[in-house]
Each structure stands twice: as C-alpha cells, then as structure tokens.
Write a protein that binds this ligand. Structure first.
Ligand SMILES: Cc1ncc(COP(=O)(O)O)c(C=O)c1O
Length: 406
C-alpha cells in the first residue's frame, strides 16, 4: 500500500473536529449552485437583510448586522463603541483570560487597555468572583466577556454587577450559539454580542459573523462601521439628518465618509448560506447538547479530570468538549490515548491568552501582572475533541470508553 493511500485511510477514519462544510452538505451545495446561477447580484443586497432579520429573530434581539467573520464582528463592535464615544482610548476593558486571539486583538489594535480576568475551572468562564477580584484592583469601563465552548459563568450576576457599576457589558458569543442560562440565550446579557459562522462553529457560512443588539443607535453605527463609514445602509431619514448636519449635497453624499469604518461586508452567497443553515440550527444544537451531556456525565465520574459543572445552564451547545486533567502525567496519558485512537484533539482555544507571544510583545500589556492560574492550567493540562452533530453511535461509544478509562 502506498504511503499516500495509508495516510488517506487514516484521515478517513479519523474522528475529526470538522468533517464537512455544511450541515446537510450535498443538498446545501446544490442549492448554492442554483442560487449563484440564478442571481444577478452577488455583492451584499436583499439576502443579507433577509438573513439578518431571521437571525435576529432566532437570537431574540431587535437588530443583527452580518459581517465577513467573527473576528470582524469583534473589531466592528469595538470600533462602533469608540465611534459613539461609549468607549475611548483610555477605557479599561476586562476580558476572559481563556479566549480566542481576535477577542482581545481589537482592544489592542484600537489602543484601549485590556485587563485579563481569570476563569473558573468549573465552567471555563469568568464568574462573578473572578470579576469582583479584578474590580478590587481596577475600575473597568467595559467587560468583553467570552462565552467559551458553549458554557457561561453566572452571567446573570455578572450583568447585574456591570449595571450597578456602569460597566458596559458585551459578549463574544462566537463559541456558544444556542446555549442558554435561565432560558435566556447567551449573547443576550449585555449591550451587544458577536457570533461566528466559521465552518468549524455551530452553523457555517464558510466564513461569516454577526453582531446583535437591541440598541438602535449602535445598530446604525455598526451599519456605517461595516461599510467604509458611509451612510448608504441607513434609513433615508438618518441619511438626510447626517447630510444636513455635515452640509453635504446629494451628489457628494455618495462618497461622504462620516465615521471610522472598514469593509467587513458579507456577500449574498454567505447570506444565502446563513438562511439555509439557520433552518437546521435547532437540530444542530439539540444533538450537540445531547452529546455534551453524554460526555459530561461520564467525564465527571472520572477522578483524573476536573469536573465541568453546567448545572446552572438551561441549554449547553458546544462544538467541542473540553477535558482538563488533574496533572501533567494524566494529561499526557489521555492525550496519547485520544491520538492513538485517531481522534483529533486541539489545545483549549487560545489557552491563557496573556501567555501568547502577541500579547507579551505588546508594550502596554507588559505592565499587567495579573495572575490567571486557572486559564494557565486549562492550557497546560487540557485539550478538546469534537462534539459534531453527526457523530455516529460507534464514534460516540469509542469516545465514551476513553473517558471511562483509567
Ligand atoms: C471566542 C472567539 N471569538 C472570536 C472568534 C473569531 O471568529 P472567526 O473565526 O469567525 O473570525 C473565534 C474563532 O474561533 C472565537 O473562538
């Protein structure tokens, strides 16, 4: 057998983190071909509006703005809060130490002061105790919390603390679409939240993202930030008001740039995919929730792992299951077992993000000497494996047996 063929066979048998581009892959691709062939305009247009409207309804928010990735959603949101002067260059913004790089990068890129907050090993998220500990040392202007891997801390309590102290709460919900606390979907606890439609996440538009909010002013600003800082996607009333305030005539209004923006526009193609995949979102999240509980019930019986407690949540939908071992030897032992059984594993998201080279190289973060020991532990002794909605019974059995093993 050739080496190439044996690699291919290993690949085929592997329990991969991501197996296909879409839920209902073949049908979706066929529909996509028909859509492209039958469309006159593929740059942002009506399909985008339609997906935004449907997604806002699913999320339970008034407004949704689609962009070209979850990372762009984060950057557009922070830029919009700066444009509206809700935040400024001196703002101190708390963030979860266990997160993804592009949660925190916009804070650095836009010159704000990022303040790391450690997580609880019980649910891998920032809890009110972690927040209160930091608030004893620093006054925060905002908290850009991450809902990591389908979980949350006590977000209801965190939201109360933020309200009381005048801290702007925003949620990076790129990893937790569909999860809920007290029957409230994650992403609905602050002023705004972001979502990612990257292929490996809950629902795929290949690449894509969304910002959701109930705030009309922020919505309008996001529409401008998403597209060059111009007014083209605003209502006619709002356009007229801006033209009058800035003494702009009809002709020049076409190329008048009112605020700092980017080009983060999605296409009709990704919007079409969003509409199609949203039809399956309940199926996707329900089967992920079912798998999660199967894995968690077994893992929590094994004394070699830190117990994950999601009992405060009404619905848990994660795209991967995180396993944190109690020590280095056990970590090496289970890592080996998963690899030998051909199950793809990865470090837990970005690990403790303050240990990452980019974070350490940024001048103004050097003075931050917050200890984030739990995030560090999750990084040193943890890995995750897939919680795909299409895992077969055999694949589930194999994983469950490994979780049971000594
Ligand atoms: C918490 C979190 N925020 C933001 C992002 C960025 O999303 P995207 O890959 O769509 O840019 C990710 C990506 O994995 C993430 O995990």
């Amino acid at each position: 057998m050739s080496l190439k063929r044996s690699y291919m066979e290993i690949e085929l048998k592997m329990i991969k983190l991501v197996k296909s581009t879409f839920y209902n892959e073949i049908e979706t691709k066929k529909k996509l071909c028909d859509f492209i062939l039958g469309s006159k305009q593929l740059s942002m247009n009506q399909k985008c509006l339609e997906f935004e409207t449907k997604f806002a309804k699913y999320q339970g928010r008034k407004y949704a703005i689609m962009v070209n990735s979850g990372s762009s959603a984060n950057l557009a949101l922070i830029q919009s809060l700066l444009n509206l002067k809700i935040l400024n260059k001196k703002s101190k913004v708390g963030f979860s130490a266990l997160t993804w790089a592009t949660n925190i990068m916009p804070l650095i890129q836009l010159g704000l002061e990022p303040i790391p907050i450690d997580i609880s090993l019980k649910n891998l998220n920032v809890c009110s105790d972690n927040l209160l500990e930091v608030l004893e040392k620093v006054e925060l202007d905002a908290l850009f919390i991450t809902n990591l891997l389908g979980f949350c801390g006590n977000l209801d309590k965190i939201s109360e603390i933020c309200k009381k102290k005048g801290i702007v709460l925003i949620e990076d919900n790129c990893e937790s679409l569909g999860s809920a606390l007290n029957d409230v979907k994650l992403g609905n606890f602050g002023l705004a939240s972001t979502t990612s439609f990257y292929v490996g996440h809950h629902m795929s538009t290949i690449e894509g993202g969304m910002v959701c909010t109930d705030d009309k002013e922020l919505y309008d600003m996001l529409l401008m930030t998403r597209a060059h800082g111009w007014d083209r996607n605003l209502s006619q009333d709002k356009q007229k008001r801006l033209m009058k305030e800035n003494s702009v005539d009809d002709f020049h209004a076409k190329y008048t740039f009112y605020t700092l923006g980017y080009n983060f526009r999605p296409t009709e193609i990704t919007s079409f995919l969003g509409i199609e995949q949203l039809k399956f979102i309940e199926k996707i999240t329900n089967s992920r929730c079912k798998n999660f509980h199967k894995f968690n019930d077994i893992a929590n019986q094994n004394p070699h792992f830190h117990k994950l407690d999601a009992s405060h949540m009404s619905f848990v939908s994660n795209f991967a299951y995180p396993l944190i071992c109690k020590d280095h030897d056990k970590f090496e032992n289970y890592k080996k077992k998963f690899v030998e059984n051909n199950i793809e594993i990865r470090p837990i998201v970005g690990g403790s993000i303050i240990e990452q080279p980019f974070f350490k190289s940024y001048e103004s973060t050097k003075k931050i000497n917050f200890e984030c020991s739990n995030a560090k532990k999750a990084n040193m002794f943890g890995f995750y494996f897939t919680n795909r909605p299409d895992l077969t019974e055999d694949e589930l059995e194999l994983i469950k047996n490994l979780l049971r093993s000594d």
